[in-house]
Ligand binder design. Structure first.
Ligand SMILES: [Zn+2]
Length: 103
């Protein structure tokens, strides 16, 4: 095995975007994290997308139990989900998470 994949091998946006969701929930492979961080550091688009994921994830309950968030929090979460749907970002996953929030 050679060194085809090294830490200096830059990620493209196409490679980075699917990793941002996993990164935001801490599920990204540890060996990939530094490369994604490097890309984010030099790419405003992916940095913005990543921060949106992190904000969304931080607002969404990842547990199995439905929760009953305060109205202002629920509104923010649903607004995030709507934004995610409009942008096409993980619409299915966001929808499933949102369905855990009681309306
Ligand atoms: Zn990028």
């Amino acid at each position: 095995m050679g060194d085809l994949m090294t830490d200096s091998d830059p990620l493209t946006c196409e490679e980075a975007e699917p990793l941002l969701a996993a990164y935001s929930v801490g599920a990204l492979d540890a060996s990939t994290v530094p490369r994604l961080r490097e890309h984010i550091g030099g790419c405003a688009n992916c940095r913005a997308t990543g921060s949106q994921f992190e904000t969304t994830v931080s607002l969404l309950p990842l547990g199995a139990e439905p929760v009953d968030p305060p109205d202002h929090l629920r509104g923010r979460v649903l607004a995030r989900v709507q934004t995610a749907r409009r942008r096409g970002w993980l619409a299915g996953a966001m929808g499933r998470m949102a369905s855990r929030i009681r309306r």
